[in-house]
Ligand binder design. Sequence first.
Ligand code: H2U
Ligand code: ZN
Length: 348
Amino acid sequence: MDDLEFTHRRRNPLNGDWVLVSPHRNNRPWLGATEATVVDSLPKHDANCPLCPGNTRANGEQNPQYTHTHVFTNDFGALTEQAASESEAEADPLFTHQHATGECRVICFSPEHNKTLPELSLDELVAVVDTWRSQYCELAKKYKCIHIFENKGTIMGCSQPHPHGQIWAHNHLSTEIASEDNSQAEYFAKHGRALLADYAKRELASKTRVVYANQHWLVVVPFWAAWPFETLLIALDDVQDFSQLDSQQSLALAEALKVLTTKYDNIFNCSFAYSMGWHNAPVAENQQHWRLHAHFYPPLLRSATVKKHMVGYEMLAESQRDLTAETAAKILQAASAEHYKKTITKGS
Ligand code: H2U
Ligand code: ZN
């Protein structure tokens, strides 16, 4: 693919979006992280944190003395179980609207205020995966579309440093899930195979963009990545949602999460901000076209503070990037799988 050295566009087969890639602008050889190490000095327990064990939240409720993960209903949830009215939504072509009901929850990943995902032990990460799984199973009885995600870092609008994620579950299909569902169903109808199964195979064969792989999971900088260090975490087995994961797949997922989030932190020796989230198949019969996957969208570009701004052309036209997916993958491949904080402790 020599023509990829010149400005070109790449298409995201999951949602149909295009990204403009300008490799001539920023693919200088990477010299490794030149950043000073950023060490945050957060306490293990913060009396003012609404997510720490034993503390009181905004609604006056007290958190239990939890020891692994803790899930509670978001006190300021964007979705509620009650619809505004019983009347049918109007289908006005210019003022179209529909009722939206659902539930929003918060998941504390650890009782320790100052730990992030890469700093959790494998067992603690398995507990996070198991919580995602049990929450999915419970909510799938009631809702069609279950978004499990994490906003990490103030740069991404995350309000609390305490390690946590969120769940928004609802009955309508969100825009992104609807378009990924259509694309994967179309691909399956045409080729008789799942789009992401084929994609994972091709990436594993070429290795160019592969960041990490184990028996059950693949981490790749997708060919169509829009964010500088965007990755896609794909289940290698024929699974469509969290309810299907067995203990081996869950353990392997914990391992993949540990390596990926550690590598992220090691790029700029800082706690690497991102929004990540799971794309489960919509709850329905016959979802063989779908493959369970997660997207990681980190905003940092050049340092612990210099982020990629999705403005101007991106807002008005389509995403644009200078750093190619292949260069980003090389940087992630070269990043150590041992967390920089551990290296400091050892070295001092
Ligand atoms: P972020 O992941 O964007 O930081 O959101 C944390 C969520 O925690 C946010 O949605 C909820 C906020 O509504 N929250 C509570 O439900 N209760 C609290 O006491 C504080 C934060
Ligand atoms: Zn806390």
